[in-house]
Design a protein around this ligand. Sequence first.
Ligand code: GAL
Length: 424
Amino acid sequence: MTLRRVVVFGVMALLLVPFSAMAAGEGEEEERVEEGLEIVTWWTAGGEAEALAALIDVYRQRYPDVEVMNSTVAGGGGSQARGVLASRMVGGRPPDTFQVHGGAGIIGTWVVDDFMEPVTHILEDNDWMGVFPEDVIEIISYEGEIYSIPVNIHRSNVMWYNIGVFEEHNLNPPQSLAEFFEVAEQLQAAGVTPLALGGTDGWEPTHLLESVLLAELGPDAYRGLWDGTTAWDGSEALAALSTFVDMLDYITADQSAITNIDAAEYVAEGQAAMTVMGDWVHGFYLAIGLEPGEDYGWMPTPGTQGNFIMLTDTFGLPKDAPNPTNVRRWLTVVASREGQDTFNPIKGSIPARTDADRDKYDVYLLSAMDDFARDSIVPSLAHGAAAEVGWMSSINDVVTFLVEDKDIETAAADFQSLADQYVR
Ligand code: GAL
């Protein structure tokens, strides 16, 4: 085992102390009237903070007597929130409800370890089973029950770019990875940073990598990374890692010191030309007053056209939630058309429901909705849809090393060992 692997597994072991063993035997809660609702999320950035506030307002209008506590834990991608949540869940002090990624993000940890109540009845009682896509229902389900309610669908494989910068340099946004390198070379020669990339939260390079893996492997082989049918150390994956490492020649100099939102801001200000990031960036740009299609443009990450890397933010009901009735009401608001059509136009995501009021969505979001309906859908690695939390965070550690040492063979071997351990 390499030193790198020892570090990776050390961190993993800390994260994966058997939760069920530690949760048992905590003190009894007193019988009490339900007055409150504590919601834990990591939505603090521009756009998402406002979107959450608007969703909470819908709840407050329906349930004015409930005191809502909005407990946010700053840190993009849940980098800090997940740890806070884990210690509360394991310590027997769960919040009433919390933001969690649909897919492996909730099922692989909280559901299999028996921390969550099924919430199938929220959709069944309201006759909403048919308004959520089957694929989405599938990733929030386990052994025939639904365990969390999706509020949105985000797209990961989007390249945001500064329209003015491209015009000024007489360039077109790149359509393929080969074109990316040509354009990046010209921008660099003209003194513009081609690609803004963050790193402070530990997952931003993984976010770029998942687009590159998809571009190089295609959707079927990309899916195979998660079920063991595609080798992480095979020639195609190695080629993708090599492309990823080549792209690092064109990134922001302060990559490890900036967040994904800082990187988006560099593009907005014209300090950098492009960034590959999820469409919460659209919510952020709207929040700072930019005009889509004028100040900034978007396209699928070069080479991923026709494919949609999806993730979904969901909310669930922990077994020991202090206010389960108020949570069920919250989940009903989250699942409702009014809730989704209030939240998503501000958040920069599309509704998980298929019956949204399209008039409420702007030009970018309508294009994302149309793509979601016709593209090949694959799960996001960096945002908990493809791999369970332990696997995802170990991959982030390997990618962080890779960004530093650019040693693709060692990284590929580490990725493969992780797959050997985690593929069920
Ligand atoms: C994702 C989450 C998004 C957004 C983003 C940036 O993991 O699903 O809703 O919050 O992180 O923090």
